[in-house]
Ligand binder design. Structure first.
Ligand code: KG4
Ligand code: ZN
Length: 338
């Protein structure tokens, strides 16, 4: 039996190619369901039109499964949350429209959640929480940022990418090597038996805490072309070493910027966030650096690294307690200057 003081929220995430729903009850995650869309593999990347259609097909069964796993009925919900952006507009609209209709039908509050805030706040799922202020290295398929998190609703962006995101650097270089989409996890696996120092690639010298990955992409493209011109089998013969060397370049660059952010702010509590934080080499190097420098660090469980609705539910729980509710005329956004 739920009491009037209970807070029970359903959250929906549909910003890219995963349809996800989760239920949080009084701050405790009760379910976390994700349906991934395999259709994009054959195209080597997410096709927005197909993603929106697949969300339409998945959303009802995914929401039903999340409620069922949580043992909660629709009538017991206190609010409905959805990802407002950033992401693919057509995909976001499916989740937003569904959440709006459900909130209207049940006459309960609607909560709009920023996808990036949610990646950062995923660390509050469970009992091992960072203390405020902490630094977050947010590395996903669409974003790369170093954020100073002052409170659940006060985020200061100290640095961000000027072109590609870290996840794109993984995915695009993996594509050049002929690996399937999404390339990040595949490259991670192949790199585990490769030599990270076999080949040298440049990283970018952009200022302060900003990032740039487009130079690495071009360097890998020319490297493959040049090597293939003298040996057509070069990539196949050296695949693991090439993967390990690319991964080493990306991760070393991220760690260099992070060290700089810690030196500048003096903040030594640091949390990884976003899909790329699933990378095994990044997780290892981050822990090594933390150990050497005495930082207190937080690495998300794998299920909360890549897109999921539990992180939306956790963020919605903070917003609900702050009474930050959305109106029915709210619209999703594809991008935001954060
Ligand atoms: O956070 P996320 O699921 O979606 C966005 O919000 O963008 O991140 C997806 C990104 C993709 O670029 C994917 O290749 C990357 O995270 N990724 C990885 C790994 N797992 C996911 N990159 C490197 N190594 C991994 N193990
Ligand atoms: Zn994401």
């Amino acid at each position: 039996m739920l009491s009037k003081q209970d807070i029970t929220l359903l959250a929906i995430e549909s910003s890219c190619d995963d349809t996800a729903a989760a239920v949080i009850h009084n701050g405790k995650m009760r379910s976390n369901v994700v349906a991934s869309q395999e259709i994009h593999e054959q195209y080597g990347g997410v096709v927005p039109e197909l993603a929106s259609r697949a969300h339409q097909q998945h959303i009802v069964p995914v929401v039903d499964a999340a409620l069922k796993q949580a043992g909660i009925t629709k009538q017991q919900l206190s609010g409905i949350a959805f990802t407002q952006g950033p992401g693919l507009l057509g995909s976001l609209m499916v989740g937003a429209s569904f959440a709006k209709s459900m909130a209207l039908g049940l006459n309960i509050p609607l909560i709009a959640v920023n996808h990036l805030d949610a990646h950062v706040l995923a660390h509050f799922i469970g009992n091992n929480e960072p203390g405020f202020p902490f630094l977050s290295l947010l590395v996903s398929g669409g974003h790369t940022q170093i954020v100073k998190v002052n409170s659940p609703s006060d985020f200061e962006i100290l640095g961000k990418t000027r072109d590609d995101a870290a996840g794109e650097a993984f995915d695009k270089t993996a594509k050049m090597l002929g690996l399937p989409y999404p390339g990040g996890p595949v490259l991670d696996k192949l790199a585990s038996t490769g030599d990270p120092h076999k080949f040298q690639f440049p990283d970018s010298r952009v200022g302060e805490l900003d990032f740039s990955f487009s130079g690495l992409k071009t360097a890998v493209l020319y490297f493959i072309r040049d090597q293939r011109s003298s040996n057509p089998e070069f990539v196949e013969q050296n695949l693991n070493d090439i993967c390990a060397s690319i991964q080493h370049t990306i991760v070393s660059y991220l760690m260099r910027k992070l060290k700089k952010a810690v030196d500048q702010t003096g903040i030594q509590e640091i949390a990884l966030a976003g899909g790329v934080s699933a990378n095994s080499y990044l997780r290892m190097r981050f822990q090594e650096l933390a150990h050497a420098r005495g930082w207190k660090v937080f690495v998300p469980a794998l299920e909360y690294c890549t897109d999921n609705a539990a992180m939306i539910a956790q963020t919605a729980y903070f917003r609900f307690k702050e009474q930050q509710f959305a109106d029915q005329d709210i619209v999703p956004y594809a991008r935001m200057e954060k």
